[in-house]
Write a protein of this length. Structure first.
Length: 460
């Protein structure tokens, strides 16, 4: 696949003089696979990468119309540190002229990607691989920016169309009402104490398809609200989007770039508690990617051509209130966190709570700054980027109230503030709430900001 991406990115199409209202699109991918030994993300224990199953990429789309440009980038990473986003945007603006505020950089949230040092109290515990991680972080902004630079160089006349598929068999809300009145998180397969899910899923599969005026496939953008935590192990992998991209490339065109972003799925994963089947490993990721590819293929038949306008973008920094903790909690949290890395030294949820308390305390009362961004191409299609693992209900609220018929909400865009539950979930507790650095109501603040930006972008 890497060679396909390289060939695609290297092709420069020379366009005729631009006509007024002509849409041009460029697409490119750059490999961002870390070296062996890099700490891996996703869990509350240390892992160092021992190999590569499939390469990780930064995949970029650049849109241009009537002299205005915007860029979307999806990285095969658990998250993209805010510092990396800011530096990549600076380089992109310098090298391409695309303004920083018109660049959305998202992470797919693969749990088999790298972990980044120094962003939280938990990351301080991976000192053994600190040098490798620091060098990777230093190089990453250039690689992300290079994907945009290559896409910008490949700008060519294009058409854009969209449709929304529906896939209900893959995703499951991972919070459940239990018989004892509590809300459980991933309570186990065939657990007789489960009553029912504590929230919904979002089965929508937004598909944005881009081709040339002659019908040559250029790119497919796919969004789906489900965690990328199916592979596990100690090999780098893009998880199920790897299979999705591979299959669409085989069936559509080997030169077509498939860009995947995760929808709002902070409380949604792939585990079906009603079956005892093991749902882990590359086979499970391939199954999910295959099913999702099938839905995308069906959705291709319902694509609606879109009228576009010059790309427009808006961004807002939302200041989220901090989660509260009590006197004496900090000392207890330090004691628990000191046991990190020792097998079974502390209960999992206690570690989650301990790292949350330390991270909140480090802020010394300063609110969490979360960027909300919206990018539109006319009055039919818009993307919203939210900086965290956002509960599914919040993404649905944005899409339902959006003035754009096609609204794609990408989690973990332009940084990460961790889990962002909806207000209803806070008194219910469980993992995501215990982990959340923001107070109740933070998620609704992000929704309000997103809707403000979308209304500003909607042509009058």
């Amino acid at each position: 696949m890497a060679s396909t991406f390289a060939r695609f990115a290297a092709v420069l199409l020379v366009a005729a003089p631009l006509a007024a209202g002509e849409l041009r699109v460029g697409a490119a991918a750059v490999k961002i696979t870390p070296p062996q030994g890099m700490p891996m993300a996703g869990y509350y224990y240390n892992r160092a990468a021992a190999g590569v199953h499939d390469d990780l990429h930064a995949k970029a789309l650049v849109f241009e119309q009537d002299g205005a440009k915007a860029a979307l980038v999806a990285c095969d990473l658990a998250s993209v540190p805010r510092s990396v986003v800011e530096e990549a945007r600076r380089i992109i603006e310098t090298s391409t002229g695309i303004a920083a505020g018109r660049v959305m950089i998202s992470a797919t949230h693969t749990h088999t990607g790298p972990s980044f040092p120094g962003r939280t109290s938990r990351d301080d515990k991976v000192a053994a691989t600190l040098g490798i991680a620091q060098q990777y972080v230093a190089d990453l902004p250039l690689k992300i920016a290079d994907s945009v630079r290559r896409a910008d160089a490949a700008l060519a006349p294009a058409r854009i169309s969209a449709a929304v598929g529906r896939e209900e068999s893959l995703a499951f809300n991972r919070r459940y009402f239990m018989k004892d009145g509590s809300v459980g998180w991933n309570p186990g397969k065939l657990n007789p104490n489960i009553v029912k899910p504590a929230g919904p899923i979002d089965p929508a599969v937004p598909v944005v398809y881009i081709d040339t005026p002659e019908g040559k496939p250029l790119a497919t953008y796919v969004n789906y609200a489900m965690h990328l935590d199916t592979v596990g192990g100690e090999q780098f992998s893009a998880d199920y989007p790897y299979t999705l991209a591979t299959l669409l490339g085989k069936l559509k065109s080997p030169e077509m770039l498939t860009v995947f972003t995760m929808g709002t799925s902070g409380n949604v994963n792939h585990l079906n508690v009603k079956t005892r089947d093991r749902q882990k490993g590359h086979e499970e990721a391939a199954r999910i990617g295959t099913v999702l590819a099938g839905e995308v293929l069906k959705t291709y038949t319902r694509l609606e051509p879109l009228a576009t306008a010059a790309p427009a973008a808006r961004s807002e920094i939302v200041k989220l209130p901090l989660a509260a903790f009590q006197p004496g909690d900090m000392e207890k949290a330090r004691a628990l966190a000191s046991k990190f890395g020792e097998p079974n030294a502390a209960p999992f949820m206690d570690l989650v709570w301990a790292f949350k308390v330390q991270d909140v305390a480090r802020r010394e009362g300063q609110p969490i700054e979360a960027e909300v961004q919206a990018i539109a191409l006319g009055n039919q299609l818009a993307w919203v980027g939210l900086a965290g693992e956002i509960f599914v209900e919040l993404g649905q609220a944005i899409k339902q109230a959006s003035p754009f018929p096609y609204t794609v909400v990408a989690s973990l865009s332009n940084g990460s503030v961790g889990y962002v539950p909806n207000r209803k979930a806070y008194p219910e507790g469980a993992y995501e709430v215990v982990s959340a650095r923001g107070a109740a109501g933070s998620g609704e603040m992000l929704v309000d900001a997103a809707l403000r930006l979308l209304k500003e972008l909607q042509p009058k």
